[in-house]
Design a protein around this ligand. Structure first.
Ligand SMILES: NC(=O)c1ccc[n+]([C@@H]2O[C@H](COP(=O)([O-])OP(=O)(O)OC[C@H]3O[C@@H](n4cnc5c(N)ncnc54)[C@H](O)[C@@H]3O)[C@@H](O)[C@H]2O)c1
Length: 419
């Protein structure tokens, strides 16, 4: 008989997982509090880019169902938690969704089930927060159920690495929990790596994202002083990247976006400060530098307009690409918003174009994506490339624009001015 899997939360992380498990023989239910999302999925449509409508229809054909009724948990061999962990006002993770999910699971948990937390969070959450809630079920860990942490490594829009070929880390509350979790993921992931425990798996995820955050901050800081010194940072990176060992290239840009990079390292610095009383200085510095990039881009734009004898106030500025990554629709934490906020406050006449975002709002002010990017670029006083969606004909756009500011270092040199 097919094993029953319930995935709690059917978003960017939970839905691709449901798809991979369903394709490999699991009887999958997606427990999702948002009824509208359940309706979309049950009608055979997808609400996220990495899973197509056809994928959802195939899943439906394999018995997949999305539901806001938690009773499915009462039949599950495995329950995986993929709910959001946004930042709370005090800078730590907001664990309300994780706690609510654990609480629902504890109401329905059956003997011998495996529960896995995938949501990104601070070290200790699995054992100190989720475990005690699950024990309210009356079942004990090791005797009644098993609990592990396995960080999600989804890279939305990545055409090469998906769930099956991205190695999966697992760390259980006990060795037995690690072993069960490794067996579960081994059914549909090529490489599963078992770690010593849940805390190590939680911290490994945070190290991965902190590493990116810090290295992006390093090149962002270098971009600023290289500009002042008259050195081309993009050439510097191109040169350094030819070293076949000991160097991994990161690119400067208008700031960091997405759910992970601007947020996850905070979980670690929050935990270090709260538990140990001292700072995780690398993270805090990286944050300061990366968060200052939208203001730096605004300043550079203002200087460029000044060189053309124009003030930013009253200038028509067209932003290209407002998502946080190229070629996807996700706008979470995109630096386009803080940049737009600064430009609007300085009196710029703002418009934007994004093939993935039909309408966009900044602090309640709504904008519609311009229809014809070439016409809009030609009519603007300045065009700022924020996201290098591959549909943009950069050479043409740069040549049509009075001023083309390329914050991604991708437009051919010549008419474009790079960050
Ligand atoms: N998106 C990514 O690229 C990515 C990558 C790695 C890790 N993560 C982590 O994975 C976790 C989930 O992220 P996501 O991007 O899938 O979020 P998401 O917002 O896309 O999806 C989460 C879903 O969970 C649902 N939900 C919330 N509370 C619930 C509850 N109590 N019971 C059932 N459903 C509930 C929401 O309605 C939503 O549909 C987060 O901790 C995130 O940090 C995300």
């Amino acid at each position: 008989m097919a094993k029953k899997l319930v995935i709690v939360g059917q978003g960017y992380v939970g839905l691709p997982l449901a798809e991979a498990a369903a394709a490999n023989g699991y009887q999958v239910s997606g427990y999702e509090v948002n009824g509208a999302v359940c309706d979309i999925l049950n009608s055979g449509r997808s609400h996220i880019g990495d899973v197509s409508d056809e994928d959802v229809q195939r899943m439906r054909g394999l018995g997949y169902v999305a539901t806001s009724e938690p009773a499915c948990i009462g039949e599950a061999d495995v329950v995986v938690i993929c709910v959001p962990t946004p930042l709370s006002e005090d800078g730590g993770p907001d664990l309300r969704a994780v706690k609510a999910a654990a609480s629902t699971i504890s109401d329905w948990l059956i003997r011998d089930a495996l529960v896995v937390l995938e949501s990104t969070t601070y070290p200790g959450t699995t054992e100190d927060v989720v475990l005690p809630i699950l024990e309210r079920s009356g079942l004990g860990h090791g005797t009644g159920f098993l609990l592990a942490f396995s960080p999600e490594r989804v890279d939305p829009g990545n055409p090469i690495f998906g769930i099956r070929n991205t190695p999966k880390l697992v760390g259980g509350v006990t060795e037995e929990a690690t072993r069960r979790a490794a067996l579960f993921y081994g059914d549909f992931v090529e490489t599963v790596v078992s770690l010593k425990g849940a805390k190590e798996a939680e911290t490994a995820k945070l190290l991965e994202n902190t590493y990116r955050h810090v290295n992006i901050a390093l090149v962002n800081e270098m971009a600023r002083f290289c500009h002042d010194l008259g050195i081309d940072i993009w050439e510097v990176i191109r040169g350094a990247s030819t070293k076949p060992f000991g160097f991994h290239a990161f690119k400067p840009g208008p700031g960091v976006g997405g759910h992970c990079i601007p947020i996850d390292p905070n979980y670690l610095s929050f935990q270090v400060r709260k538990t140990l009383g001292y700072q995780f200085r690398f993270v805090e510095l990286a944050q300061e530098i990366n968060n200052s990039m939208p203001a730096y881009v605004a300043q550079r734009l203002q200087d460029m307009l000044n060189d053309h004898s124009r003030a930013l106030r009253g200038s028509r500025v067209l932003l290209l690409g407002v998502t946080y990554k190229p070629d996807i629709a996700d706008q979470r934490e995109s630096p386009a918003v803080p940049l737009a906020r600064i430009l609007l406050a300085k009196g710029a006449e703002l418009s934007y174009q994004d093939p993935y975002v039909a309408s966009w709002s900044v602090d309640g002010e709504a904008f519609a994506s311009v229809d014809d990017v070439d016409v809009a670029a030609g009519g603007a006083d300045a065009v700022v490339l924020l996201q290098d969606h591959s549909v943009y004909a950069l050479e043409r756009l740069a040549s049509e624009s009075a001023l083309f500011f390329d914050t991604r270092g991708v437009a051919p040199e010549g008419r474009a001015i790079r960050l």
